[in-house]
Structure formats: structure tokens, C-alpha cells
Ligand binder design. Structure first.
Ligand SMILES: Nc1nc2c(ncn2[C@@H]2O[C@H](COP(=O)(O)OP(=O)(O)OP(=O)(O)O)[C@@H](O)[C@H]2O)c(=O)[nH]1
Ligand SMILES: [Mg+2]
Length: 339
């Protein structure tokens, strides 16, 4: 197992493929591998590509790969849950659309369909991003359909979230979950060769303006929600220039139009993340989220292990109305603390 981890660190592609499988399936030893890889991660720029089913995410991802390859970057791609009911099992479609890169040794494409997995989709995606990062990817693209809570969380594993819209798909803006809209850093209005692209751009502009207004009123611009754990690390911004306003790019992914500009937009957001207080605060907040998530999981595992009998008894007591679930959980926490 550790040989495999060393293989990934030596940028070996076959080792990377095997480790990804081990991590995705949570096979024994996966956590040790991730621990070994962690110190060699943090270099890659992670872009989440999300949006409505059929908006052109995969076609655009294929073009992004091409553009980044022209810069000689090494690319990792994770297509999350492409067999979701929303996309109608487009796993084959995704493969075909990125097929021409499949033989490029500097491109690694992996599809994951881990719905229902312990720890959830976002954790799987995050772990896989780490593996690709350790393998030496400069850019990692994570494609996910922008529908549903799990997908929303996946976008939070990326540095930059690219939301892909397309005209003629009904009320795009309304159809997308509000949360996905809020997490958008860059917009691509794809299928700009079709009628209605202008009105989609206007819709997005309006929404950005409204969103920005609300954020200013609430005193928390994007990325400025400062939790107590990170308060001292990032710091709240005091100037509005620190607010990132998502740019909108028109693209025709099928012809590669607008993709160069789009990549420059992604570059700018990357620079904003690294170069502003607000950007750095957001990165720190994302890491804090990850630690909280891991802690929650570890605590529940530990408690479930140590307090197995007590938990069973608590369930029985609640069922028989001897105690309410709130008191029961407080008592379990007290017990766990006492150990
Ligand atoms: N006219 C036009 N069609 C496009 C464009 N980009 C993509 N398409 C087409 O739109 C369809 C869906 O493209 P995909 O890239 O599979 O979209 P997706 O968002 O990845 O779809 P799911 O993963 O299933 O949600 C395909 O038939 C593409 O050829 C574009 O810029 N213009
Ligand atoms: Mg797709």
C-alpha cells in the first residue's frame, strides 16, 4: 500500500489510478495513504465545473483541458456521479467528450459514482483531489451536476467554482439551486451560438447584482463568513474592493470559442484568492470546514465504537418514552467525555 503511495508521489500514473480506486472504495489502509500523500499536496488549482444537466459542462471541460495543456499543465479530471438521474446516465457521454485526452500521459480522467457512500460525495471528491494533487496535477477539474445538496457540497471542495449556463433550458437561473448560484465565482454562458444567450447573460448579471447588494447589506461579502476558529487567521475584510464579482464569459464549447478568455477569468479568481485578505480567509474557511467535517466523522465513529451498548440502551429508552432524544444524546456525550 505504501509502495503505491510512493508511486503517486513519484508521479506514476498507474499507481495514481490504483490509489484513486482504493480511496474511492475506502479499502483498508486508504486513510494511511491519504496521510502519506497530504504533505505533498496543496499545489494544484482546483476548479469545480457545475451547472444544469446538459449545459455543456463536459464539452467545456474538454476545452479547458485543451487550453491548460497548451500551457503544458498537468491535468486531473474528476467527473462526479455522471450517472446521476439528472444527467440520464451520461457517463459514456463524458468519456466520449474527453476521449481525445485519454491517451495524454499528462491528463488523468476519472469518473466517480459514489452516491450513498459513507462520508458522502464531497469527501470522496476531496480525497480524490488530494491524490491527483500529490500525483503532480497543476490543475484539477471537478465536474458535477449543479442539482442537489451533495453536489453543492462538492463545489465547496474546489478553489474556484465555474457555473455553466446555457440558453433555452427554461428558467436556468431559477432552475439552479440557489446555493450553487451563491458559490459561483465565474460564469460561463455556454451555447452562445444559440438564441437566447443574451437574455441568459442578462439574467445572470441581474442575479449577481442582487446577490452583491444583499451581501453588502448583510455585511458579509463572498467568503467573509468568519467562523470563530478562523477569526484570527483570515480576518474580516473592511473594504468593498475585497468583494469578488463573478465575471461572465460567453462560450461555444463545441467550437472552443471563449475558452481562452474563460481561462483568464479563472486565473484572475485564483490570483484574487491568493492576493486578498478575503480570498485567503475563504481558503482558510474551506480548510476549517474540512477539519470540522473530519472531526464530526471521527467523533461519531469513536462514540459509536466506545458507547455501543449505551447507544443501544438509549434507543430503547427513547422508543419507550423513558427519555427524549435530546437528553439521551446529552447523556451519551457526558459518558463519552468521562472516558
Ligand atoms: N450548440 C451548442 N451545443 C453545445 C455546446 N456545448 C455543448 N453542446 C452540446 O450539448 C450537449 C450536452 O453537452 P455536455 O457537455 O454533455 O453537457 P453536460 O453539462 O456535461 O451534461 P451532463 O453531464 O449530462 O449534465 C451535447 O450534445 C453537446 O454537443 C455549444 O457551445 N453549443
Ligand atoms: Mg457531463
Amino acid at each position: 500500500m505504501m509502495d503505491l503511495a510512493q508511486g503517486v508521489l513519484a508521479h506514476d500514473t498507474r499507481a495514481c489510478a490504483r490509489v484513486l480506486r482504493i480511496v474511492d472504495d475506502r479499502l483498508p489502509g486508504y486513510a494511511e495513504v491519504l496521510k502519506t500523500l497530504f504533505p505533498s499536496t496543496g499545489r494544484a488549482f482546483v476548479v469545480g465545473v457545475t451547472g444544469n444537466p446538459g449545459a455543456g459542462k463536459s464539452t467545456l471541460t474538454d476545452r479547458l483541458i485543451q487550453e491548460y495543456r497548451a500551457r503544458d499543465a498537468k491535468i486531473g479530471v474528476i467527473a462526479v456521479d455522471p450517472s446521476s438521474p439528472y444527467s440520464g446516465g451520461a457517463i459514456l457521454g463524458d468519456r466520449i467528450r474527453m476521449q481525445r485526452h485519454a491517451t495524454d500521459p499528462k491528463v488523468f480522467i476519472r469518473s466517480v459514482a459514489t452516491r450513498g457512500h459513507l462520508g458522502g460525495l464531497s469527501r470522496s471528491a476531496r480525497d480524490m483531489v488530494r491524490v491527483l494533487d500529490a500525483w503532480g496535477a497543476d490543475v484539477i477539474l471537478v465536474e458535477t451536476v449543479g442539482v442537489g445538496q451533495d453536489e453543492l457540497e462538492v463545489t465547496r471542495t474546489a478553489h474556484t467554482t465555474l457555473v455553466v449556463m446555457a440558453p433555452g433550458m427554461g428558467d436556468d437561473v431559477q432552475a439552479l439551486k440557489a446555493g450553487i448560484m451563491e458559490s459561483a465565482d465565474v460564469f460561463a454562458v455556454n451555447k452562445a451560438d444559440r438564441d437566447g444567450a443574451d437574455s441568459t447573460v442578462r439574467d445572470v448579471e441581474l442575479m449577481i447584482a442582487l446577490g452583491k447588494d444583499t451581501m453588502i447589506k448583510m455585511g458579509k461579502a463572498k467568503g467573509h463568513v468568519v467562523h470563530s476558529e478562523t477569526a484570527g487567521l483570515g480576518g474580516a475584510p473592511d473594504a468593498n474592493e475585497e468583494i469578488w464579482t463573478p465575471p461572465i464569459f460567453r462560450c461555444v464549447a463545441t467550437r472552443g470559442e471563449g475558452v481562452k478568455e474563460l481561462v483568464l477569468g479563472l486565473d484572475r479568481h485564483r490570483a484574487w484568492l491568493a492576493g486578498t485578505e478575503a480570498g485567503r480567509a475563504r481558503r482558510t474557511e474551506r480548510l476549517a470546514e474540512e477539519v470540522r467535517e473530519a472531526l464530526r466523522e471521527a467523533l461519531i465513529d469513536a462514540a459509536a465504537h466506545d458507547l455501543r451498548d449505551e447507544m443501544r440502551a438509549a434507543v430503547r429508552d427513547v422508543a419507550e418514552k423513558r427519555v427524549d432524544p435530546y437528553t439521551a444524546s446529552e447523556q451519551l456525550v457526558a459518558r463519552f467525555r468521562g472516558r
